[in-house]
Design a protein around this ligand. Sequence first.
Ligand code: ASP
Length: 330
Amino acid sequence: MELQRRHLLAAASAASLAAIAARAAAQAAYPTKPITVIVPFAAGGPTDALARVLCQKMSEILGQQLIVENVGGAGGTIGVNKVAKAANDGYTLLFAHMGTLAVNIALYKSLPYDSQKDFEPIGLGGTNPMVLVAKKDLPAKSFAEFQDYVKANQKKVQYGMAGIGAASHLGGLMLNSMMKVDVLEIPYKGTGPALNDLVSGQFDYMVDQAVNVLGQIRSGNIKALGVSTLKRLPQLPDVPTIDEAGLKGYEVTIWNGFFGPKGMSKDNIAKINDALVKAMADAAVSKRLTELAVDLPTKEESTPDALRGQLKASIDKWVPAVKAAGVKPE
Ligand code: ASP
């Protein structure tokens, strides 16, 4: 009897040791299969563009594909929620920006996720300035003329954005509120498709991340009337800041970052963070992103904790600011 019990105990501990070893091996080997990276906006937009540049390099570094899946709609909340509810095994990640994770807390009566509790921050993936762009035949050659035109044509003027809580919504709503205008809002699933419509003149203006609009500005298909930073951009030296052009204090920049579902293991977070940091340090990647006006984080800004701090700081800054702008939550 005693012998049988000892055999059973030995078998049980061998089995649990084997299980622990298997788990450790799986962790050490992570990732052993492709990783899905959800971008909560349409393909061809700024979040998508940045995600694809980073994911391509990170795939090379990790030896596994990081596959971008675009889940657009509702200002990014559909895609973000999908990751909040996904398995936390490290094979579903989110690449999203401060609009969908911080600003939209002020813009929705209720969100299906809690951005501080339902995710594990992994690392910052670049911060983007924005540009006020207008269709090329809008009758305004400067920011001052633009402001006069919009004021004179309220209710008729249309601005584009990528849904409630998108970066382009934040950029546009702060602009409209500071100009004290009431204009028509045209929502898209991302500013990729919105930009196509701006180029073909289907609405009047939007405030979008530079990474998405620089090419079309250079080709003369749309016009840039102001930048959202307090300093001019080297990529658009002739375009004034919106602050210097008349709206004192207007400043909006958009950070982007990788997140995993709550409970993703520290080891797996560290592996993705390491690949991200290496990807951003790659000479070709950083040259490409700098050309697109993306500001890359320093070493200290690249840690998961720094991203957690960034998220909290953005909630503390933007939730009261958006409420003060008088926008009613949906
Ligand atoms: N990030 C969105 C996109 O990629 C645009 C936005 O937030 O305004 O389309």
